[in-house]
Write a new protein. Structure first.
Length: 287
């Protein structure tokens, strides 16, 4: 693996890490396998597209808007759709989140069509040299933002009262209820936070790659692999899973062809599960 390949893999893996983080938190803590997650990421892409077209806001600014909108949407979906059936088991959540995905997908198709869109930033072609390699400016900015967001999420979970409440619910639901923690409130905040991270990841994705409603299928597959590889509900596990997948796909695309990227991700997931059934960092706490 040469240095250029390593840099490209790390930059891609950083974006994957953020995409997988919200999905991992929703599944690992609330027990919700959110089949609408890919649609949330793509919705974040289109929010940034509109912010750029109408308000001339860079995606690095509109992440605030997409994050806020998706947080509110996630809270609404949990409160009105998921809250009453989340205790009923995974089958009910799969059915309902898939229904939400179809609603969002059809809405996106009606408003923006199936055409691929891009956000053409004025500095999209800029790059700089690092250790003899070419580093794209936009991708490096995305990586910096992702790193900050992952760390902020970690600090939120570790140092705030709400974050500690979410951890307590993940560790022992009955015990958390016994000491007065509102389990439903923690689940709502956790689901909304995961959805907000999906929207932010979508905004950052739009600054680098083309997207359409059809892209949600590819993204849904990747976040599933990342969550399994890293360990459900673990922040640093999601980061590690995203980086590993990004590196593997970059190396694989260079050595054996880009058509094998999906196969590479699945193969890594199987290998990790055989070696560590709970993922690279699978455990029910954030330390």
């Amino acid at each position: 693996m040469n240095m250029q390949m390593l840099v490209n893999g790390v930059l891609l893996g950083g974006l994957y890490a953020l995409m997988g983080l919200g999905f991992s938190l929703q599944w690992g803590i609330s027990g919700i396998v959110n089949l609408s997650y890919g649609a949330m990421v793509i919705l974040g892409c289109y929010i940034s597209l509109e912010c750029y077209s109408l308000l001339h806001l860079s995606p690095f600014i509109s992440i605030i808007i997409s994050g806020a909108i998706l947080y509110a949407l996630g809270a609404l979906i949990y409160r009105t759709v998921l809250q009453r059936i989340v205790r009923g088991g995974i089958v009910f959540t799969l059915i309902l989140t898939y229904a939400v995905r179809l609603i969002i997908e059809n809405g996106l198709l009606r408003v923006w069509s199936a055409d691929y869109r891009t956000i053409s930033l004025s500095y999209a072609g800029d790059n700089f040299q690092f250790a003899g390699t070419v580093v794209p400016l936009v991708k490096s900015l995305v990586f910096v933002v992702v790193t900050l967001l992952v760390y902020v999420t970690y600090c939120f979970m570790l140092k705030t009262k709400t974050g500690k409440g979410i951890q307590a619910v993940a560790l022992d639901r009955e015990g958390a209820e016994a000491v007065g923690i509102s389990v439903e409130k923690m689940y709502l905040i956790n689901f909304a936070l995961g959805t907000a991270l999906a929207g932010i990841a979508g905004s950052l994705w739009a600054s680098v790659y083309a997207f359409s409603p059809d892209s949600m299928n590819m993204i849904a597959g990747k976040v599933f692999v990342i969550a399994i590889i890293g360990g459900l509900g673990n922040i640093w596990g999601a980061a590690a899973g995203g980086l590993l997948l990004g590196l593997a796909e970059t190396v694989g695309a260079t050595l054996i062809g880009s058509q094998w990227q999906e196969v590479i991700g699945m193969a890594i997931m199987v290998i990790v599960l055989v070696w560590r059934p709970y993922g690279l960092m699978g455990k029910k706490f954030f330390g």
